[in-house]
Design a protein around this ligand. Structure first.
Ligand SMILES: C[S@@+](CC[C@H](N)C(=O)[O-])C[C@H]1O[C@@H](n2cnc3c(N)ncnc32)[C@H](O)[C@@H]1O
Length: 213
């Protein structure tokens, strides 16, 4: 896929600490309700960045493993967890999601990933990742993810890397088609595909909620 994304994210978090702000994202607010209603306690967040959402989950009383491939982002997250008094409920995990998740089978109640699956991941890597998410979820668990989609203004702008991956301003994004959402839901029960917008562009995204069937 696209080389150098890890270095690009690491540099970005170094130059713009806390770039997504301290407030939780709208999808995280909604996901916390879904996880809470399902009685979840242990969560895994993929692509947690500097932790605006992981910290919200921890403040809500969940225990969170916050994974990202940027050490700088995770260091900011760990510092904020200590400052907010929730460090005992947050574990950072330096991990590239192109590799199998270093967690046991059936070890978490919920998995959250805001704008991670739409990074520089090919369709094959996304299939492998969703299989890994399924493996680590306990029976009855829930997977909530968000992705930018082909209706986003940046779809088709910049450098074309194939497989609907476009690089713009140094960031590579896999813009999801609805077909890809359905492909990644094979063997799952798809509960919701909710369109929403975030940021000034605005980014156009879907929030997908699914459970192993
Ligand atoms: C668009 S940012 C979103 C960050 C966070 N979810 C938020 O909304 O505040 C995507 C995040 O995914 C991380 N990331 C990108 N590719 C990754 C990979 N292959 N493995 C792990 N993390 C990755 C980046 O470091 C970055 O923190």
């Amino acid at each position: 896929m696209v080389e150098g994304q890890r270095e690009h994210w690491e540099r970005t978090y170094g130059e713009h600490p806390g770039m997504y702000g301290e407030e939780p994202s709208e999808p995280a607010l909604r996901a916390a309700e879904v996880f809470g209603a399902a009685g979840a306690r242990e969560l895994l967040e993929l692509g947690a960045g500097h932790g605006r959402d992981a910290l919200h989950f921890a403040r809500r009383g969940f225990t969170v493993t916050a994974a990202d491939f940027s050490p700088g982002g995770l260091a900011q997250l760990a510092g904020a967890a200590r400052a907010q008094g929730v460090a005992d409920r947050v574990r950072t995990l330096l991990h590239d999601v192109r590799a199998p998740l270093p967690l046991p089978d059936g070890s978490v109640d919920g998995v959250f990933a805001h704008m991670l699956l739409c990074m520089a991941l090919g369709t094959g890597e996304l299939r492998a990742l969703t299989a890994e998410v399924r493996r680590v979820l306990r029976p009855g668990g829930t997977f909530v993810y968000t992705v930018r989609h082909t209706g986003d203004a940046h779809f088709g702008a910049g450098t074309d890397h194939g497989d609907d991956v476009w690089e713009h301003g140094g960031f590579a994004v896999h813009f999801f088609s609805r077909e890809l959402v359905d492909t990644l839901a094979e063997g799952w029960t798809l509960h919701e595909v909710r369109p929403f917008e975030e940021g000034a562009l605005p980014r156009r995204l879907w929030q997908v909620t699914q459970s192993p069937s």
